[in-house]
Design a protein around this ligand. Structure first.
Ligand code: NAI
Ligand code: MG
Length: 359
């Protein structure tokens, strides 16, 4: 018997509303071909339209509304003309991440055929790794305060919070991922030469976790040289694990060196499956091109592949990925969107990819 997977679809704002239908087109094609039962339910909250109507980003009972879903397929949120960005983001996406304990932020970094990238002399296949970012604690804590505010004795402090549970669970996720991959290599981002309490602790937990994974080779870099190596030697990496702040930096840098933001996906994962995980492209709502039908749908489509992988359908996930890579490799200007150097539309590219999916 087929398992039904309930997926909450939240397109959000701007090009989110344009790329999500293309993502669904590929997911529906994959479901048909691989005989999967995906049930999509659409929600209009977490958007500026909802905010205009209701004065809030989300209904009071959003948690109940989303409980029981296996995953959230998210577009992009933000429309600065209507809602200030700190409200649109904090009152929607960040609530999901926290409430649903999505402690893993996973971003693939992969050089794709036909995608303009600042990396010279490298071909697709050379660069293919993951950034695993801790998504719930670390440097992004609200522990701290201000004393003597506004005086010349002003003191401002904000603490890094590392818990053993929090550090170990992200490391375990990263080691598990590395052990499933061919290269079986893990790189830890640290700064234990400068941040002398929390980062040595991080290093110790990495060394302890490594004892459980004798097949995985482990190295570490200080974050400063690591960012340089992302640009100079991106082919060195396989799985890179980092604290919240370092991971935030690396997970933007990775996609930036491999090409246009329009193709980059990300996942906010609760690995235990106690809560729904959320799959969203790296890009935002792109008000500058929204409404013109020229947004690149590949980031959103790739998110669909990550979602299927998370739900346990590796073959279907790979089929979606193969489909967009093969369409990209052909480099047909009629099909590719303008950010890829073509003059196709969101719909033309999305349809070409969905039609390319095969077993
Ligand atoms: P953005 O990612 O929306 O756009 C940055 C630039 O990249 C723009 O020039 C845009 O046209 C281009 N771009 C983005 N996605 C593209 C695609 N799929 N195809 C082709 N070109 C693409 O970032 P920006 O402009 O800083 O933010 C706009 C709004 O989106 C803001 O309200 C911001 O808060 C929100 N935002 C939301 C995110 C989310 O939902 N996770 C992430 C980033 C921004
Ligand atoms: Mg960021």
């Amino acid at each position: 018997m087929k398992t039904t997977h309930r997926i909450a679809v939240i397109p959000g704002d701007g090009i989110g509303k344009e790329v999500v239908p293309e993502g669904l087109r590929s997911l529906e094609a994959a479901a048909r071909i691989f005989n999967l039962d995906l049930e999509f339910t659409h929600f209009d909250f977490a958007s500026a339209d909802y905010y205009l109507k209701h004065g809030t980003m989300m209904p009071g009972d959003w948690e109940e509304q989303l409980t029981g879903f296996d995953a959230i397929y998210f577009g992009a949120v933000g429309w600065p003309d209507v809602v200030p960005d700190h409200i649109s983001l904090w009152d929607s996406l960040l609530q999901f991440r926290r409430r649903f304990d999505q402690y893993v932020n996973l971003r693939p970094v992969k050089l794709l055929p036909g995608v303009p990238s600042p990396l010279a002399n490298r071909k697709p296949g050379d660069v293919d790794f993951y950034v695993v970012r801790e998504n719930t604690e670390g440097e992004y804590s609200s522990v701290g305060g201000v004393m003597f505010e506004g005086t010349d004795r002003e003191v401002v402090m904000q603490e890094t919070v590392m818990t053993r549970v929090g550090v170990d669970r992200i490391l375990k996720y990263a080691f598990d991922l590395a052990s499933r991959r061919e290269a079986k290599s893990l790189t830890s981002a640290t700064k234990s030469n400068g941040i002398s309490i929390s980062m040595p602790y991080w290093d110790t937990r990495v060394a302890t976790m490594a004892e459980n994974y004798p097949g995985v080779s482990v190295d570490k870099f200080h974050i400063d040289i690591l960012t340089a190596n992302f640009v100079l030697h991106p082919d060195w990496f396989d799985v890179v694990v980092a604290s919240n702040l370092f991971g935030d930096i690396l997970s933007d840098l990775g996609p930036a060196v491999t090409g246009t933001i329009g193709v980059a996906p990300s996942a906010n994962i609760n690995p235990e499956g106690l809560f729904p995980s959320l799959f969203e492209p790296v890009h935002g709502s792109a008000p500058d091109i929204a409404g013109r039908g020229i947004a690149n749908p590949i980031g959103q489509i790739w998110c669909g592949a990550m979602m299927l992988e998370h739900l346990g359908y590796s073959q279907a996930a790979t089929a979606i990925q193969d489909a967009f890579e093969s369409v990209l490799a052909e480099a047909d200007a009629q099909v590719l969107t303008p950010d890829l150097g073509g003059h196709g539309t969101t719909g033309i590219l999305g349809t070409a990819i969905a039609e390319r999916i095969t077993k």
